[in-house]
Design a protein around this ligand. Structure first.
Ligand SMILES: Cc1cc2nc3c(=O)[nH]c(=O)nc-3n(C[C@H](O)[C@H](O)[C@H](O)COP(=O)(O)OP(=O)(O)OC[C@H]3O[C@@H](n4cnc5c(N)ncnc54)[C@H](O)[C@@H]3O)c2cc1C
Length: 566
């Protein structure tokens, strides 16, 4: 059994930022990650990170309050306002800390951190490093981890969270290289395991974003919050759904239909292309559905008027992506784009210190739901969430460990969990059913995108739920073709399949139950927001027969819900 005082699961921005915080208090901290940390999805973030620095001339009177208002309005009033206020207040300090750690942000002529406009924001407040912001930030925190000697277990996949009598004791993890299972005993565990994008087809996410951390916590008895709120990014490449950053519109890009119209004037006459994501994504899909798209499946993102120099300076990776994957050079041609799955607003229910229902178990980043994004996240707020709440979770976990009287508890329970998991894996490897796990996963993705996507309706969502339950049943009869233990990706995929189906089931149940339209959750059978009945968070608790739903109040401080106009 391996022991560390704090075990962080996840080598993305949230996990590493939490690890730095805990290690700075002289604790023994380890990070477990299924890939090398700098291959985490955070590295792919493009457009930027929000903080009311007021560096852009048009944004000089920006403030954390204005940032909070934009975020809450963007969330369609489902965000917890106290948590949003914490995030926007701490944003400048966290971003400047990144600068001091060496993050190579793009600069204004005066040498300050440059800021660009982003969707749903009243001011240019998105700090960026060209169009590779996630890369710059993740490498910055990784360097800090190296400097502080944080122990990293890379290519290890956590498969189980061990909680006994409401107290977290550690995790069980599979060494992907050797196939061995190991119990990690810890005084505190922090999950920064990222999103579940790959539960859907047409996702902008890394293939490892399967939501396994959320599923593991859910099965261990921790409720998931607001999982029905799934963000569809307006502009992913029509060929393969690689993301085309909102920064392209922030820099002035136009969305154009097959009639040559900038159609956003019909949907968000003031904000135009810089409306919030839920509205812009639905507008694009409406154009496509009503026959004003190209080839019936995409619209154009036109950057040509920005000029060669600006495209090369501000959006070089977008140009590379468009050339490599769509065969168009945005300097001379428009980019074919369509909405694609992008982000999970929901996740592990926790507070603004990352604390969950189980003592000693914390969550931060995309796997967590604090909630600062409510029903729709604004671009640039997710990177911010990872470092603000990663730090706070690291702080709280460290304080918890230091205040603990009894340490190294739960050895017996961990050993038992290890034996059980070992038996499950043996059974999986020995299983000789007729179902291929990858086929089941693909069927799940298709049905989720088609029936629980941008536009939702009871009948279709019920069909999706039925399909997911059928897949859950078929998943009991899978066959793993490769039986060896070393780097058995078939085994890893099968282990994850159960969790992905659980996520899909929770999304369906929450979406069917929520009879209103709010943010990303748009129901054609209930087109209005219904604050009287639905200004509340959904909580889903695991039971073997499907989720048990409950609800939780939204915290309102000073921003009363209003109609959302852009
Ligand atoms: C293409 C793209 C562009 C984006 N651009 C922006 C942007 O410009 N601005 C913005 O604010 N947001 C952006 N986002 C969103 C943002 O990047 C992510 O929400 C954020 O980076 C998530 O960080 P994280 O640390 O929570 O998770 P991740 O970076 O996804 O890291 C998750 C980590 O958990 C590990 N892990 C997961 N499960 C297990 C397990 N079972 N066992 C062991 N390890 C595990 C993984 O190995 C990984 O290290 C973008 C997202 C995408 C997909």
């Amino acid at each position: 059994m391996i022991y560390h005082q704090v075990v962080v699961v996840g080598g993305g921005l949230a996990g590493l930022r939490a690890a730095i915080q805990a290690v700075e208090t002289q604790l023994d901290v380890a990070v477990i990650s299924r890939v090398h940390p700098v291959r985490s999805h955070s590295v792919a973030a493009q457009g930027g990170i929000n903080a009311a620095l007021g560096n852009a001339p048009e944004g000089a009177d920006d403030s954390p309050e204005k940032h909070a208002f934009d975020t809450i309005k963007g969330s369609d009033y489902l965000a917890d306002q106290d948590a949003v206020e914490i995030m926007t207040r701490e944003a400048p300090e966290r971003v400047i800390e990144m600068e001091h750690w060496g993050c190579p942000f793009s600069r204004t002529d005066e040498g300050r951190i440059a800021q660009r406009p982003f969707g749903g924001a009243g001011y240019p407040r998105t700090c960026y490093a060209s169009d590779k912001t996630g890369h710059a930030l993740l490498h910055t925190v990784y360097q800090q981890c190296l400097k502080q000697d944080v122990k990293v277990y890379e290519e290890w996949s956590v498969v189980r969270l061990v909680i006994e009598d409401g107290e977290c004791l550690g995790v069980i993890a599979l060494n992907l290289v050797t196939g061995e299972l190991e119990a990690f005993q810890a005084e505190a565990v922090i999950f920064g395991t990222g999103g579940a994008g790959r539960v859907y087809n047409n996702s902008s996410n890394n293939i490892i974003n399967t939501g396994s951390g959320m599923a593991i916590a859910y099965k261990a008895g921790i409720p998931l919050k607001d999982l029905e709120f799934v963000q569809f990014h307006p502009t992913t490449l029509a060929t393969n759904n690689v993301l085309v950053t909102e920064g392209a519109r922030g820099e002035g890009g136009y969305l154009v239909n097959n009639k040559g119209e900038r159609f956003m004037k019909r949907y968000a006459p003031n904000a135009m292309e810089l409306g919030p994501r839920d509205i812009v994504a639905r507008s694009i899909q409406t154009e496509i559905n009503e026959g004003r798209g190209f080839e019936g499946r995409y619209v154009h993102l036109d950057l040509r008027h920005l000029g060669r120099e600006r495209i090369l300076e501000r959006l070089p990776a977008i140009r590379d992506i468009a050339i490599s994957f769509a065969g168009v050079d945005p300097i001379s041609e428009p980019i074919p784009v369509q909405p694609g799955q992008h982000y999970f607003m929901g996740g592990i229910d926790c507070n603004s210190d990352g604390e969950t229902r189980a003592t000693g178990f914390f969550a931060a980043g995309e796997c967590a739901c604090v909630s600062v994004h409510g029903a729709n996240r604004l671009g640039g707020n997710s990177l911010l969430e990872t470092i603000v709440f990663g730090k706070r979770a690291g702080d709280k976990a460290a304080a918890y460990v230091k205040g603990k009287e009894k340490t190294r508890a739960g050895g017996k329970a961990l050993a038992a969990a290890l034996r059980e998991t070992e038996a499950e894996i043996d059974q999986l490897l020995g299983a000789d059913g007729e179902e291929n796990p990858a086929d089941l996963r693909d069927e799940m993705r298709r049905v989720m995108f088609e029936k629980v996507g941008l536009f939702r309706e009871e009948k279709q969502m019920k069909e999706a739920l039925e399909k997911i339950r059928e897949l859950k049943d078929r998943a009991k009869r899978i066959r793993i073709s490769y039986k060896g233990r070393r780097y058995n990706l078939d085994l890893a995929c099968s282990l994850e399949l159960e969790g992905m189906l659980l996520m899909a089931e929770v999304i369906c149940c929450g979406a069917i139950e929520r009879k209103e339209s709010r943010g990303s959750h748009y129901r054609v059978d209930y087109r209005e927001r219904d604050d009287e009945n639905w200004l509340k968070h959904t909580l889903a608790y695991y039971t073997p027969d499907g989720p048990r739903l409950d609800f939780k109040e939204v915290t309102i401080t000073k921003y009363e819900p209003q109609a959302r106009r852009y």
